[in-house]
Design a binder for this molecule. Structure first.
Ligand code: F3S
Length: 757
């Protein structure tokens, strides 16, 4: 039995830097030009340096990540797949983080106690599976995966994958960190290379300096406005320019975290003194030293900054000195406007002006700096004798942050204006939020510092409008109580009746002067010998279920398949496999699959989550229909709109359709992680070669996909649409399968290929 040290040790970092140096020297000769930071880190982690320049958006590469991170919801399926493939120990440092399953209903301690009780079966499974397979286990309450990774494991120049779409958070510490599906993680843990469609390069040049009310969050909200939710697809966003130095390490992490909202593979900042400071204050002096000694590997070549247009596929420039605070939403993170335009927008769109609740925290915005800046606003309010006008909920990102802001007074400042501090967990960001006051699905406005604002995401209510902004802007809105409140010009009324304007937040320390308060008892390292460890799954469990392999492709074309759904508009993984109460079933594929497509809008009748069952002509939930098809051994297809499957990395959005018999997903375009997840689970992931063909699909049509035994990279698939009136349309479909991915389809899933090895 071998044993992997799960820490990011100086030895590991030193070895990574040696490898990057060696690979860069080779790749430089191949391309014969200066390299971006992205190219340095990616080529530094290649298994083999190719003979030709790698083409972004076209070539697949095999990489060797340095770490894997799993959260408690997606991590269940990773462990179940790892076990089903008969694998033993993770071949590289891997950690499991319990953060998504924690409630946000009353207050931190109370919610934690309830959550521990109701999820004890899942936490025991994850803890035992982590011990059995050589992974570190962060207990519930330790914090949100990305914050804990940033505090403990991320390092400049590293490559990490994680089963959560906001894994790119670690880009704030100069790491290429990518959200992947669970099977990607299981394969990498098995020691296999990680395959990636080599990304295109988007450069974001930052000039000037953040000042006043403007915060790092506003940079990514501006980028989201420019690029939209799909503009970063299959691209890495690399920040450069003098403005990068005005942003703390954790501020950079806010920006890279939310790169997920533009569909980017990940985002990255160059190594600088701000990262060095963060490493030192999180007890990683030796890693900071190594990074300083190898700085040339951790920043782009100097020619990149002087002539960026020669090296990036696309460039955006933002002058931070002129950037205004932004607010995005509702329902999509790219619907942006500056705070000075928001008042008019509220009027012209009839948004609900009174705010119901303000929420600060999540993995995106819960750093020491964030909490210090909001505390400085809270103090001003206290001095004037006023409190938050609405419920104000705070989610610390980790126990390290919670303990430190409790010690240093920021938490008291927030509580003094009426804030409730929730558990160190995802909580309301992932729908673990209960709002009994919303009895009649009434429209209401919430403001958050989170990253996602799809309908239903936070509280399960599709009529909740979530507007996202920086922590300083959200606390100001909480004090104003109205969405149209602009703290840059509007006044508040003090308790003595006088009017006053809030001062912009004071520049806050990015790390605590007295160091972080280091928590104890929240982490369990794997044992050196796990032979006697038993993985705990109750065979009668309603929440955990061992997986059965999917059947392999029978070699026949798919002929006359019914359409389960033609999704209209945005159909994210939250719509395909909703979270909220369903989170508790993510380890039980059969039970979970009742949620399939519950949030999808049916293009034929505008119903949400329901369609016509062709077996009985009744309107039924998609999962109910699919179960009847499955019983009759009928395969079926999903038709999707643009960027189908955007959002989180959850592979359940591919596994449930596969489990219930989906043969193919045909869309105008596909989001990156979801496309890979579909391929891995053995579903054909196809796009219309002419997006207008989406309009040709009618409710009772049948879909045939022909000559599948000739499926090849870059070769289109012929599709016949058979209409009810006897007419047919012949169209062509594109795909991005390479040779090994075609084997996944033929074997029934990538896991079947792994097991057969
Ligand atoms: Fe958790 Fe929300 Fe981040 S679900 S990992 S806090 S995006």
């Amino acid at each position: 039995m071998f044993f992997v040290n799960i820490d990011t040790t100086p030895e590991l970092v030193s070895n990574v830097y040696s490898k990057i140096k060696e690979n860069i020297a080779k790749y430089r000769k191949v391309v014969g030009r200066p390299l971006t930071l992205t190219e340095k880190i990616l080529s530094g982690h290649l298994y083999e340096i190719p003979d030709n320049t790698i083409a972004g958006g076209k070539d697949y590469v095999f990489l060797k990540p340095d770490r894997v991170a799993l959260q408690d919801v997606t991590g269940q399926m990773v462990m179940l797949q790892f076990m089903q493939a008969g694998l033993k120990q993770s071949a590289l440092p891997t950690t499991v983080h319990c953060d998504h399953l924690i409630r946000a209903e009353v207050q931190g301690d109370v919610d934690m106690k309830v959550s521990l009780d109701e999820n004890s079966e899942v936490f025991k499974f994850l803890q035992s599976a982590a011990a059995k397979h050589g992974c570190g286990f962060w207990k519930p309450g330790a914090g949100i995966i990305h914050q804990v990774v940033l505090e403990n494991y991320a390092f400049p120049g590293g490559l990490m994958i994680g089963t959560d779409s906001h894994t790119p958070n670690a880009g704030g510490l100069g790491m290429i960190a990518v959200g992947v599906g669970g099977l990607d993680a299981a394969e990498t843990m098995a020691g296999l290379p990680w395959e990636l469609l080599y990304p295109k390069k988007i450069g974001v040049k930052l000039t000037g300096e953040l000042n006043g009310w403007t915060a790092p969050k506003d940079i990514i909200l501006k980028v989201a406005e420019e690029l939209t939710v799909s503009g970063g697809t299959n691209s890495i966003v690399e920040y450069f320019g003098p403005g990068t130095k005005s942003i703390s390490c954790t501020g950079k992490a806010t920006i890279t975290n939310m790169g997920a909202e533009i569909g980017a593979t990940c985002s990255i900042f160059p190594y600088d003194e701000r990262m060095e400071t963060y490493l030192k204050y999180t007890n990683r002096e030796k890693i900071a030293e190594l990074a300083n000694q190898n700085k040339e590997l951790l920043v782009a070549d100097p020619e990149i900054e002087s002539n960026p247009e020669n090296f990036f596929d696309q460039i955006i420039e933002i002058n931070l000195s002129a950037l205004e605070p932004h607010i995005v939403g509702p329902h999509t993170p790219d619907l942006a406007r500056s705070i000075s335009e928001l008042g008019d927008d509220v009027k012209s769109n009839d948004y609900i002006d009174p705010i119901s609740v303000a929420l600060i925290g999540s993995c995106t915005n819960s750093s020491y700096e964030d909490m210090s800046r909001v505390a400085s606003i809270a103090k001003q309010a206290k001095e004037k004798g006023i409190k938050s006008k609405i419920p104000l909920l705070i989610t610390p990102g980790s126990e390290q942050i919670r303990g430190t802001i409790e010690r240093d007074g920021q938490m008291d400042s927030l509580k003094e204006i009426g804030a409730t501090v929730l558990a160190n967990a995802c909580g309301p960001c992932i729908g673990q939020w209960n709002r009994p006051e919303l009895k009649n699905e009434e429209k209401n406005t919430i403001v958050t510092t989170f990253n996602r604002n799809f309908p239903g995401r936070n509280d399960g209510h599709r009529n909740t409008l979530n507007f996202i902004g920086s922590p300083e802007m959200i606390i100001a809105l909480a004090l104003g109580g109205k969405l149209s409140f602009n703290p840059l010009k509007d006044e508040l009324t003090a308790s003595d009746g006088t009017k006053f304007k809030l001062d912009p937040p004071k520049p806050a320390p990015e790390v605590p002067e007295n160091g972080f308060k280091i928590p104890e008892g929240i982490f369990i390292a794997p044992p050196e010998n796990s032979d006697d460890v038993e993985v705990i799954i109750d065979p009668n469990s309603k929440r955990l279920q061992l997986l059965e392999p999917f059947s392999k492709w029978n070699g026949q074309d798919f002929v006359d398949l019914p359409i389960l759904v033609k999704a209209k508009g945005k159909c994210t993984t939250d719509h395909i496999s909703p979270a909220g109460a369903w989170l508790s079933l993510r380890g039980h594929l059969d039970n979970l699959s009742d949620n399939m497509l519950l949030g999808a809008v049916n293009a034929f009748n505008d119903e949400v989550g329901k369609g016509k069952n062709i077996l009985n002509n009744q309107l039924e939930s998609f999962s109910k229909i699919a179960r009847q098809f499955k019983e009759k051994q009928m395969r079926w297809v999903i038709i999707g709109d643009n960027n189908y499957g955007e959002g989180s990395s959850r592979e359940h959005a591919a596994m449930s359709p596969r489990y219930l018999g989906c043969a193919a997903v045909i869309t105008k375009s596909l989001a990156r992680i979801h496309e890979t997840n579909l391929k891995k689970q053995g579903i054909l992931a196809l796009t219309f070669s002419n997006p207008d063909d989406y309009e040709k699909i009618l409710e009772d049509d049948k879909i045939s996909l022909l000559k599948l035994n000739e499926l090849e990279p870059h070769k289109q698939v012929k599709c016949i649409i058979s209409h009810n009136d006897g007419n047919t349309d012949e169209i062509l479909l594109n795909h991005s399968y390479n040779k090994s991915q075609i084997e996944w389809f033929k074997a029934g899933s990538a896991l079947n290929v792994l097991r057969n090895r």
